[in-house]
Design a protein around this ligand. Structure first.
Ligand code: GDP
Length: 407
């Protein structure tokens, strides 16, 4: 029996790749083919409505200064709802991916067969690895421009699989395609009978959402609303679960608070699960924006220094000694740059000579010092507490990822 769409889990797929390699064309082709399929099913009266497609704005938690227009296109498969995130502009895509304005579980990396691996292909792959996307589907597009030749495809396949492996990313599949005509998108290509792998839609239909329900609770407080005699503490649960009766520690100061009520609409008193935005009524003391509520048996890190991998985006370089604002989850903390070590350029991923400056599109291990404690965690444990934005004069200029192991 068909699963109602409201009960299908949401899978977020970011579409990345070098400019003009065919990202928008590919999404347009999927839309076209799905609509044609739905139309044909309606005509012959068969039950073919398992796939559906719509363009919409997903209610996303956006970074304060991120006003980038992201098109989100929904595709309904028999078991999931996929949202494609297509960000026009290369720098904007990198910004969105690193700040978490675009949360992605998986990625489709589009590569034009006639141009191969280019600068932005490499940078996007690097950013995908930084934000913890461990698997991608590669679409080798524009196969018509290389006469559908298997040899050209195999060469590209080994180049991209090798490059991704260096970054710790697995290619679930590498698919030779023609986005313009639809080859190997929904329909198997007649022009490439030598390819016996899956079509793009077959791979997409098998993708599963990434959940963070297991492990310790992490709830960055976004706001506290005072209504009548009540104080409702609102935020989004990044990891774990929170149930009524739980005791949580308010980090960084570690005061113990009890969850009296999980507030959502309509009220059902069920535990909050990872990814959910809820209100909490707490007993035992006051709390405020920036505090992170956490399970007492497994607390996040608290320190006034963080060493992280920083990707710099602004024209004006970062310099040792500079003062910036660090934003991590709901925390806003003034910091100073204590050191810049191990610089790397982001095309070939080669090392750069030591310097006390970091220029646009360079990556380095940067240590920042704050005058108050910051609550954070390795990115691999809790993404939302393991990445931060650096702001200069209110504008995002750099993005950091905290290294370290998973749970
Ligand atoms: P984006 O910048 O990655 O979104 O690229 P677009 O989707 O805008 O495509 C860039 C150009 O490549 C456009 O002129 C498309 O018509 C063309 N294009 C896209 N897919 C194909 C394809 O499969 N074959 C050929 N020959 N051209 C394509």
């Amino acid at each position: 029996m068909a699963v109602p769409s409201s009960e299908k889990p949401l899978v977020r797929v970011v579409v990345a790749g070098h400019v003009d390699h065919g990202k928008s064309t590919l999404i347009g082709r999927i839309r076209h083919d799905i609509c044609a399929l739905a139309g044909a099913a309606a005509l012959d009266g068969s039950v073919g409505g398992n796939w559906a497609f719509s363009m919409d704005q997903l209610q996303e938690e956006r970074e304060r200064l991120m006003t980038i227009d992201t098109t989100q296109t929904f595709l309904e498969t028999p078991t999931t709802r996929i949202v494609f995130i297509d960000v026009p502009g290369h720098q904007e895509l990198i910004q969105n991916m690193i700040t978490g304005a675009t949360r992605a579980d998986h990625a489709v990396l589009v590569l034009a067969a006639d141009e191969g691996v280019q600068v932005q292909t490499r940078r996007h792959a690097l950013v995908l690895s930084l934000i913890g996307v461990r698997g991608v589907v590669v679409v080798t597009n524009k196969m018509d421009a290389v006469n559908f030749a298997e040899a050209a495809f195999r060469e590209l396949e080994s180049a991209i699989v090798g490059h991704l492996a260096e970054l710790g990313i697995e290619a679930y599949a590498v698919i030779p395609a023609v986005a313009l005509a639809g080859d190997n998108v929904l329909q198997r290509s007649l022009a490439m009978p030598w390819f016996d792998g899956p079509t793009l839609m077959e791979v997409l239909a098998d993708l599963e959402p990434v959940t963070h329900d297991e492990g310790a609770a992490r709830f960055p407080v976004q706001d506290v609303y005072e209504r009548d005699d009540e104080r409702i503490v609102v935020g989004r649960l990044l990891a774990g679960r929170i149930a009524e009766g739980d005791v949580l520690k308010a980090m960084p100061h570690a005061a113990a608070l009890r969850v009296l009520e999980v507030r959502r609409f309509p009220a059902d008193h069920l535990p909050a699960s990872a990814g959910e935005s809820v209100g909490l009524i707490l007993g035992g003391g006051a709390t405020e924006r920036g505090v992170v509520l956490a399970s007492p048996e497994d607390l996040p890190m608290v320190a006034d220094r963080i060493a992280a991998r920083v990707f710099w985006l602004a024209e004006q370089p970062l310099a040792v000694g500079e003062s910036l604002t660090l934003r991590c989850a709901t925390q806003d903390v003034p910091v100073a740059v204590a050191s810049i070590g191990e610089r790397m350029e982001t095309v070939e991923l080669g090392p750069l000579p030591a310097s006390d400056r970091l220029a646009a599109m360079e990556l380095a291990t940067v240590e920042v010092r704050a005058d108050r404690p910051i609550v954070f965690e390795p990115f691999a444990r809790v993404a939302g507490l393991g990445r931060f934005v650096l702001e200069r004069d209110g504008l995002p200029v750099g993005f950091g990822v905290v290294p370290g192991g998973a749970r």
